[in-house]
Each structure stands twice: as C-alpha cells, then as structure tokens.
Write a protein that binds this ligand. Structure first.
Ligand SMILES: [Zn+2]
Length: 127
C-alpha cells in the first residue's frame, strides 16, 4: 500500500475492505481504500480541507507521542495558506514546495522532533 502524501509503502491488512479508512503509519494521513488489480490504493480523506490537515496532524502526533502547543492554530492557518497558494499542505515556514515538505515533512518523519525537541515549524513537540 502506497501513501500518496508521504510516498511511503506499508503492509496491507488482511482484513481490509473496500471503502475502509486506514491511517498511514508514517505520516498519519487518513486513506479511503480502493481495490486495484494488484492490491490497494488509498484516496486522501477530506482532501485539501482544513479537516484533512488537522486529522493528519492529530494522527501523526498520536502515533509518535508528540504534543501541540498554542502555536497550533496559527500553523494550521499557515498550512491552509500553502494549500491555497501552492496546492498542498507544505511546511508554512519553508520555501520548498515538494513532496519532502508535505506536512509532516520528511525531516519530521525522520525524527527531527526527537533531535530538536520540536519540528522546524513548531507544530509538533516532544512531550
Ligand atoms: Zn503517509
């Protein structure tokens, strides 16, 4: 199973059914399952909406055990701005607009929060 947000592949569940929602274990994206000839594809649930990025951030923080602080709403607003201007939820405090900087960005998925205590933008914090 391939995640269209973080481009990671993860193992399909044996009990998956068409239309089920699964959470990408790498980035926290919610994906609606669709069967294809050779496996599953996942459509982004609530694609492009504030709900999508809020749910993704919540799931990612839950999976990793991270916390938010009072910067959260401001950063979500910045992410919405990136969606409007650049077509996806790229880091609000960087100038890069490629798949590696889709929130949660590649450095964050790779453990930046453990190293620095927070992600670059300050959305995710080490507890
Ligand atoms: Zn993902």
């Amino acid at each position: 199973m391939y995640c269209p947000v973080c481009q990671a592949s993860f193992r399909a569940g044996s009990d998956w059914k068409e239309g089920d929602t699964v959470v990408c274990p790498v980035c926290g994206q919610r994906l609606s399952l669709r069967a294809t000839g050779d496996g599953w594809t996942g459509d982004r649930v609530d694609k492009g909406t504030e709900k999508e990025i809020r749910d993704r951030a919540e799931e990612f923080a839950r999976i990793r055990g991270y916390a938010f602080n009072d910067m959260k709403d401001e950063i979500i607003e910045g992410l919405m701005g990136k969606m409007t201007r650049f077509g996806d939820f790229y880091c609000p405090c960087r100038m890069e607009h490629g798949p590696d900087y889709q929130c949660p960005c590649k450095p964050t998925r790779g453990g930046d929060v453990e190293t620095n205590g927070r992600c670059h933008c300050g959305l995710f914090w080490k507890q």
